[in-house]
Write a protein that binds this ligand. Structure first.
Ligand code: PMP
Length: 377
């Protein structure tokens, strides 16, 4: 009997509370009933983003929020810095270039985090840079970037700080207002515990000045249209009603649990996964690992595409392989959103069984034992 376990770094499992709310018949969006939910959802989003800034919600995947940030902040031939330490940092560069933005890239080796000093140096050499694009958790490598330190360094600079928190929001701390992050983008299918399909952007006052100046073409993703509607607790276009209703459920769960408790929960799960893989002789890939996804080098001679396929097709346990140059070489297990100790235990158990089948030599159960000990600490 096949049962599916979703341990991928997005999409993540959706709790029953949200599934049930989303199973109800669709309601019209220009009604008091939806407006009340939308208003509460937006207040809850502010709690999650730790901000008083406006947060715009679009029907789209996380990438649409990234594109929205680029087109609303920058005009063709404006200068921007993009930090590239993985697939999603590279995406910032690709999006900016698609809109004729002049990009200065800061290339960081996959598996490592950018040093804020590198950004500071580029800002000093390029005083006309308007925006710095960063990624809090680079999902392709599992690396956590120190956004707080970057924000601190940028306090005295003219450029705005944009952070991709698609995989980190609601999983690791991101103090949008306290730290001073001008634009935070995210998506629904990871820490927010909802299916894919919603994208979010929070926008500071400083960033809003750029929104008014931008000459880039935009329509659906135009923050000015979104703000006009949001000021009336409304949306410019038909919102993804069902997903918003589900999101309000999960945001209420997050608020009830509180962010510090969730961050500690993820930290605990991440420690257990790290202890488990080390106990079976494997090496972590990320030098500064995020608590929402653990990336691990495969043992010599084991192709992680094959490992992922067997785990998923024969046991119903989905984890992720590597991307880019690390395709086949690393695998990634998520600890984000609606996951607990026993999801981790299932993941480690299946990993051990499949690695054993693939010929990797180690003592079965060592990983499980290490994870359990860590979880009991
Ligand atoms: N940024 C990061 C850090 C991500 O993890 C993802 C999704 N894996 C994206 C951006 C892109 O989001 P989407 O696939 O929803 O467009």
């Amino acid at each position: 009997m096949k049962k599916n376990f979703l341990l991928t770094p997005g999409p993540t499992p959706v709790p029953a509370e949200a599934l049930l709310a989303m199973a109800r018949p669709t309601i019209h969006h220009r009604t008091p009933a939806f407006k009340a939910i939308f208003k509460e959802m937006n207040e809850n989003l502010k709690y999650l983003f730790q901000t008083k800034n406006d947060i715009f919600t679009f029907a789209g995947s996380g990438t649409s929020a990234m594109e929205a940030a680029a087109v609303n902040l920058l005009s063709p031939s404006d200068k921007a810095i993009c930090v590239q330490g993985g697939k999603f940092g590279e995406r910032w560069t690709e999006i900016c270039r698609a809109y004729q933005v002049k990009v200065i890239t800061i290339d960081v080796a996959w598996g490592q985090a950018v040093n804020p000093k590198q950004i500071e140096k580029e800002l000093q050499n390029n005083k006309d840079v308007k925006a710095v694009f960063t990624t809090q958790c680079e999902t392709s490598t599992g690396v956590l970037t120190d956004i707080e330190a970057i924000a601190k360094m940028m306090k005295s600079k003219d450029a705005v700080l944009v952070t991709d928190a698609v995989s980190s929001l609601g999983g690791v701390d991101l103090q949008t207002d306290n730290w001073g992050v001008d634009v935070v983008v995210s998506g629904s299918q990871k820490g927010l515990m909802i299916p894919p399909g919603l994208a979010f952007c929070s926008v500071s006052k400083k960033a809003w000045k750029l929104v008014e100046q931008s000459k880039s073409p935009r329509y659906y993703l135009d923050f000015r249209l979104a703000k006009k509607a949001l000021d009336k607790s409304d949306t410019a276009f038909t919102p993804a009603v069902t997903l918003c209703i589900g999101l309000n459920e999960t945001l209420n769960m997050i608020k009830q649990m509180t962010l510090p408790v969730i961050f500690e929960h993820n930290r605990r799960l991440a420690r257990a996964v790290r202890a488990a893989v080390k106990a079976i002789g494997l090496e972590l890939f990320a030098q500064n690992p995020a608590d929402v996804v653990t990336s691990v080098y495969a043992p010599q001679g084991i192709d992680t595409a094959q490992l992922v396929k067997i785990m998923r097709d024969e046991y119903g346990v989905s984890i992720a392989g590597g991307q880019g140059d690390f395709k086949g070489k690393i695998f990634r297990i998520a600890q984000m959103g609606y996951m607990n100790e026993f999801d981790i235990i299932v993941g480690i158990s299946c990993l051990e069984m499949v690695l054993k089948r693939m010929g990797y030599e180690f003592e079965l159960g060592n990983g499980l034992s290490a994870a359990e000990k860590e979880l009991l600490r």
